[in-house]
Ligand binder design. Structure first.
Ligand SMILES: *[C@@H]1O[C@H](CO)[C@@H](O)[C@H](O)[C@H]1NC(C)=O
Ligand SMILES: *[C@@H]1O[C@H](CO)[C@@H](O)[C@H](O)[C@H]1NC(C)=O
Ligand SMILES: *[C@@H]1O[C@H](CO)[C@@H](O)[C@H](O)[C@H]1NC(C)=O
Length: 751
């Protein structure tokens, strides 16, 4: 089971929090209860220790845990019956100014007394419906200190609450003394239009706190909030705008409780509004996905390469890690490209910034007389390997691309939504990647590819989407297409890993001579590795997500045939080495008789710069993958049933023609014990095959038989279970059962 399937566990231990709140009755008290036994010297030393302990206690900056425990009683779970304790009246007015304040006599920040939260308990006790006591839930917290930051984040919090996928909370942790209602009033927000829960987490006398007390107060409040809420993600304003004590405490505390602390960059609140459509599962994984850029620069393409890199430099990166970039250079680099790359600072940095490392990596190819499509594929696929396959993804760009400034926003948005959400589906496990482009032609290079329309959505979803949209015109919905693209595509790391395994097995099978040479389907104007990837996609039922409007412009003027497929035309050699018949015979696939022809790519305009949620259809909401129209590699729109049949029949066909399997070994469904391996598509001598029986007979019965028959190699048992659970999950999904708690509640928006 992929690790990103995060369902809420219903049997979460609920009583955990109460343990944390047990008043600390130390054994010390009982020992001291019999003072007459103590010798005088010992008594003195104990007193000295206590005094030292007290001094230490008051002065440790990081010893927040102790302070918190002491403070726990001040918000008091003991009154969980809901009754406010009688002596809980917050003092008003200024606290007494200590006489010993020598440093800043005029400052209003002088108070360093014990910390009490008088206003937090009531709102925290009122959120039990959010299942905040569970470690996994749907709570998202906006934390603010300064009033300006409250104004900056409030529209976002209210917007997120409106989408209703999460329980949204906003906590005020600053020093000011304005009441929550006043803060809302100043920002023009009323509790009736904003469904967020507001929490006043400021301590008593917060206005007068010295810096350290303010910081400890934020940590203490966050401890209580975490106990009652377990926020999956915490969102705060830009740290350069927020109060310093707040930033320090939040960073420390978020690290300690292990939740994502997302900072919205200053002034980009509108640009990041798309994050309000994400669920708590996606937001909690905000920092997980990393993207690396891989550019393949063919010979004589320096103009395109420079244009592409410039567009990458001009893109929006605030709030994200700038991707690492690798450029694969051709054997002969021309002068322009060389000087350009020498001067390139990636990521772009300001003059005074000398610490940012240049993460540009160049690869230079040593020319060989003849590059077969097999070698070219290996070379390319080898140029990336994820260290964490679930989280490290690669963006492959061709030198003809010019990218939209919002590409990284878009990629993060769709990746977080479809790969990291608490709501998962078979389709999201089968998502190979995300294309920024819309194809012009079919994979074979002919025909005219027409993107599907909203009316072709699956599961009757078009009804819920078409009302508010432009109607049935093409290009108004994203779609899934079983066609790989090398122009501008993000490939997910786990799928790339699988491609490594597939290529390894495929080559072994080809070299053993068991693989038939099949006709190539993908046009020879495309790189050779796409053919292997297409085979894998068809055998696994993978597809790629294509956008409704492209986020990249593909230029035609420098396009060229990949080196591995270039041949002589009318006696005049094209660029690269011509292929002679002998080499053609060595190819893994049958090539066409004629030279490939480059199809003009439609240079679609990328939309003008506007925030993502305004650019994407459906007000920036991403439809569920099982609702999107699905196109087979041949461009036919099919429903889920047909799609599944196609996968099974192609997998059998592949095993027979390329995998070296015969008879029942080829036709019966096999177990995929590790999704990043492809051994189920091949038959090698001496390697056992494991059939998936779950669909044929009573599952339990079969599982027992298999276990008995094979005397239980670990993988078989695992595999059977996997096959079984998958089928059960699928049927449950179809029947609408077993939907996780995090199901897109926001879908109601479309009704
Ligand atoms: C789609 O709608 C039709 C009629 O409204 C209904 O009969 C059919 O079962 C629906 N299909 C799905 C997959 O929900
Ligand atoms: C290319 O593929 C499309 C879609 O599958 C098909 O309609 C067309 O006939 C194919 N063209 C050639 C020349 O094979
Ligand atoms: C899927 O499409 C096929 C052919 O178009 C049709 O026979 C079948 O009933 C459809 N299945 C569903 C569940 O809509």
């Amino acid at each position: 089971m992929p690790t990103h399937v995060r369902l809420y566990s219903k049997d979460e231990e609920l009583g955990k929090r109460d343990d944390d709140f047990k008043p600390r009755r130390g054994p010390k008290a009982t020992n001291l209860a019999k003072p007459w036994r103590w010798r005088k010297r010992r008594v003195l030393s104990v007193i000295a220790l206590l005094v030292m302990g007290y001094v230490f206690f008051r002065n440790i900056p990081e010893g927040l845990g102790l302070v918190e425990r002491r403070m726990a009683s001040s918000i008091g779970p003991s009154d969980s019956a809901g009754k406010p304790a009688g002596n809980r009246v917050e003092p008003t007015g200024a606290p007494a100014r200590p006489r010993t304040v020598a440093d800043d006599g005029g400052s209003s920040h002088y108070y360093d007394g014990p910390i009490k939260f008088y206003r937090l308990a009531s709102t925290l006790h009122a959120i039990t419906h959010t299942f905040g006591l569970r470690l996994q839930n749907r709570n998202v917290l906006f934390a603010v200190s300064s009033l300006q930051s409250a104004a900056n984040l409030m529209p976002m919090a209210c917007e997120m609450a409106k989408w209703d996928r999460n329980y949204v909370h906003m906590a005020f942790l600053g020093r000011d003394s304005l009441s929550v209602d006043d803060i809302l009033g100043v920002n023009g927000v009323s509790r009736s239009d904003c469904a967020a829960n507001f929490h006043d987490a400021r301590s008593d006398y917060s206005k007068y706190s010295i810096e350290r007390r303010a910081e400890v107060s934020v940590s203490g409040a966050m401890k209580h909030i975490n106990d009652f809420m377990h926020p999956q993600a915490i969102i705060m304003d830009d740290s350069t705008l927020e109060d310093a004590f707040f930033v320090r405490a939040m960073r420390y505390k978020a690290g300690e409780i292990g939740h994502a602390l997302i900072e919205i960059p200053a002034g980009r609140y509108e640009d990041f509004l798309w994050m309000t459509r994400l669920d708590a599962g996606s937001l909690s994984n905000w920092f997980k996905p990393t993207i690396e850029i891989l550019i393949h620069a063919p010979p004589h393409s320096s103009g395109g390469l420079i244009r592409l890199v410039r567009s990458l430099e001009d893109a929006e990166y605030a709030g994200f890690a700038v991707p690492k970039m690798t450029v694969e250079l051709p054997p002969d680099i021309d002068h322009f490209a060389k000087t350009f790359l020498e001067r390139l600072q990636w990521p772009r940095r300001t003059q005074h910034d000398t610490r940012t490392l240049n993460t540009l990596a160049l690869r230079h190819r040593i020319p060989s007389a003849h590059l077969s499509s097999e070698q070219a594929s290996i070379r390319f696929v080898e140029s990336f390997y994820p260290s964490v396959s679930e989280d490290n993804h690669v963006l492959v760009l061709s030198a003809q691309a010019e990218i939209s400034p919002l590409y990284l926003h878009y990629l993060h948005y769709v990746t977080l939504e479809y790969k990291y959400s608490s709501y998962t589906s078979t389709e999201s496990d089968r998502l190979l990647g995300v294309s920024l482009d819309i194809p012009t032609a079919f994979l074979n290079g002919s025909g005219r590819f027409a993107p599907p329309s909203i009316g072709e959505m699956r599961d009757n979803a078009s009804q819920s989407y078409s009302d508010e949209e432009k109607g049935d015109q093409p290009g108004s919905t994203p779609f899934l297409y079983q066609g790989p693209s090398a122009t501008a595509t993000l490939f997910f790391g786990d799928k790339w890993n699988t491609l490594h395994s597939f290529l390894t097995n495929h080559l072994a099978s080809s070299h053993r001579g068991t693989a038939e040479r099949t006709k190539k389907f993908v046009s020879e104007a495309e790189p050779a590795w796409l053919e292997y990837l297409l085979e894998l996609m068809r055998a696994r039922g993978w597809s790629m997500l294509y956008p409704a409007t492209p986020l990249v412009t593909i230029h035609n003027e420098l396009s060229q045939i990949p080196e591995e497929y270039s041949r002589e035309i009318d006696g005049a050699p094209e660029m690269g080495t011509p292929k002679d018949p002998e080499h053609l015979a060595e190819e893994a696939f049958l090539l066409a008789d004629e030279s490939p022809v480059i199809v003009e790519h439609v240079e679609r305009e990328t939309p003008e710069a506007q925030p993502l949620q305004d650019m994407l259809p459906f007000r920036g909401d991403l439809p569920e993958l099982p609702h999107l129209p699905f196109l087979t590699y041949a461009g036919d729109v099919v429903n889920t049933t047909i799609q599944e049949d196609l996968v099974q029949s192609y997998a059998s066909e592949f095993r027979r023609s390329i995998g070296g399997c015969q008879g029942v070994d080829a036709t019966r469904k096999r177990i995929i014990s590790d999704p990043t391996r492809t051994d189920d598509l091949f038959c090698f001598p001496g390697v056992d095959v494991e059939f998936d029986m779950s669909t044929e007979e009573d599952e339990v019965q079969v599982a027992h038989e298999v276990i008995a028959a094979t005397a239980g190699p670990e993988s078989t048992v695992e595999g059977v279970r996997h096959g079984t659970s998958k089928a059960v999950v699928d049927s449950a999904l179809k029947n609408g059962e077993g939907a996780p708690v995090g199901v897109k509640a926001g879908q109601a928006e479309h009704g």
